[in-house]
Design a protein around this ligand. Sequence first.
Ligand code: B1M
Length: 203
Amino acid sequence: MLAGNHAGIKVRVQELLTGGANATDILNKGMLTAMEVISGRFRDGTVFIPEVLLSARAMNEALAVLEPHLAKEKRGASGKVLIGTVRGDLHDIGKNMVGTMLRGVGFDVVDLGINLSVEDFVANVEKHRPDILGMSALLTTTMPEMKKVIDLLVARGLRDRVKVMVGGAPVNEKFAADIGADGYGADAGSSVDLAKALLQKKA
Ligand code: B1M
């Protein structure tokens, strides 16, 4: 991951799985730890956007190899989740991890991608009729998009039909409550518990 070797990491992850390693451990102890190192280097100015992009690509490709194994390790929930990153924001690693973990426990996850406009989110809620809408933002400048989506859901009469969860590094519990979301996920693990709880409330 640190070298951004996306082909190599897929082979390495597969080798670890074949050798009996636990998929959740590979994710938490290996890949996420590496992403923290990259984050630190990016902050310190010792690596730049191209290197971070390479590591991000490696992370996303390795996640795809892990996904079926995470799914085998955990099962139990069933509900539909739409997930995406808000307009102006290209960060997708955290969103992808949350999607992967939700699929892993049995949710039907529709990943809408990144840089989604308010209208994109709301049109997809109308189209897919999910139980939960999940929005991710990594920039302080893009967080306000989340409230705009919730406001448009209200204006279109859709807010009562869908639970809204939000997350991303600058987001917190208070912000989630202030914008009228139903919940805040601090990380992928707690977002799974949150989604299960929201699904129960909806039922
Ligand atoms: Co950007 N970037 N970036 N970046 N980038 C941050 C976010 C930043 C904190 C770095 C820094 O300055 N220290 C900073 C934001 C500052 C701020 O707003 N306060 C920043 C900046 C400034 C920028 C640019 C503006 C840089 C520039 O161009 N000058 C630019 C903006 C581009 C844009 O989006 N318009 C930019 C670009 C990029 C890259 C493209 C190079 C790359 C993204 C590649 C990609 O995602 N495909 C990138 C990266 C990788 C980062 C850092 C280094 C790592 C983010 C990451 O993937 N973390 C990041 C520094 C950092 O966060 N420490 C940084 C790992 C990931 C697993 O964690 O995303 O937090 P995270 O997700 C967690 C939780 O937050 C939660 O669960 C996840 C798993 O545990 N979660 C949810 C996330 N979404 C959720 C949704 C949920 C629930 C939980 O429910 C729906």
